[in-house]
Design a protein around this ligand. Sequence first.
Ligand SMILES: [Zn+2]
Length: 452
Amino acid sequence: MCKLILINGTVITLDENNRIIEDGAVLIEEGKIVKIGLSSDLLVKCKKDVVEIIDADGGIILPGFINAHSHLYSAFARGMPLVGELPTNFLEILQEIWWKLDLALNEDDVYYSALISAVDAVKAGTTTIIDHHASPNFCMNSLKIISEALSKIGLRGCLSYEVSDRNGKDSALEGIDENIRHIEWCNNNKNPLISASFGLHASFTLSDDTLKLCTEKERKFKTGFHIHLAEGKIDVNDSKKKYGKSVVSRLKERGILSEKTIAAHCIHLNENDLNILYSTKTNVVHNPRSNMNNAVGVAPIIEMFDMGIRPGLGTDGMGMDMTKEVYTSWLLQNHRKVKPFSFSPDEAYQMLTYNNAKIASKYFPLKLGSMEVGNAADIIILDYKPTTPINSNNLFSHLLFGSETASVKDTIINGKIVMRDAKITTINELEVIKKTKNLASKLWKRLYLGKD
Ligand SMILES: [Zn+2]
């Protein structure tokens, strides 16, 4: 891979020292960051080796964002008509919308949902996603098809298939097989862009027998699990009623929680639950916009920070824009406490930057989410020119309040330019949109009329 240099920007390192380098530059080679410094220095030292130069034009050069819990397959729900009685609670939302949609997805839908969601990610400056997939009627090789879509765009993704008993035992077994097939594919192919976790839907759709089978299979690979946890009250009540314990206690006893397991949502928790999540080092991922959309409650993020849990941040299918997610998280925690400054912009951005970087780096060979020599070259350039002084103390306030006017100009993933001057370089976007409109229209007809 040729050398690429990004110049004339304010480089934000997001490493331990949180350095800000005015008029900075970053040199990239073989998918990695090889030098960080001043534009004038790096250009003189490296010019003869450099094949491509990207001028940040005074913007911000920073590590790409990470989405720690996404659902690529939700793409065709955008604008989807809802017919009949509207859902009135979380279970009805699942039954009437998501579980109908996932059953209707075919191979083309899975591929193009992933492709267009990956485009959204790149445009929003999201360079890595940790995805959770479901398409019960196209299960086998669904993660292979998604891997192909992500590779086509150039997006980095850790993929998993959600095992669930909600469609019967055979469907659960197919889900387990798909996770194992994908994990083995990742182990054999060493594709730097694609990795694997082991997906589980949620405690309330998983029997003890199925969980036992999953832990037996996962033990060989130690990928950890990716599961929804205490998202709705239904998850909590089901576990209490069937097993006489909280969801967190149940999952701990079943061997699901570990430092490689991702637990999305984590809303309805007691103090003991929080202690278990802390002691097992489980990766909690907060999804504020989805939680507000489903009206399922607010996760106790401030309490998690207080006790040393380091939650990450994900969109849970609500698009791919992490700046919107982090902004919402900050507003929501302050609103919940009815006390301003309960939750700071720094804490909100800590979830998106340091915590997500720590979580995602567990699934890929190179370190992600910070600008350090040897790290993965996943970098974005924001067209944001600070109009007030910027330093490492007020950086996250700048990003939080400035994001409304800051658009992503360029996105580089694994050292490759996947968006240049706000234009995707790896596919013809309009051609893909034509296809997705057509497929979504057919999918909606199948959902509501039972035919294409
Ligand atoms: Zn989810």
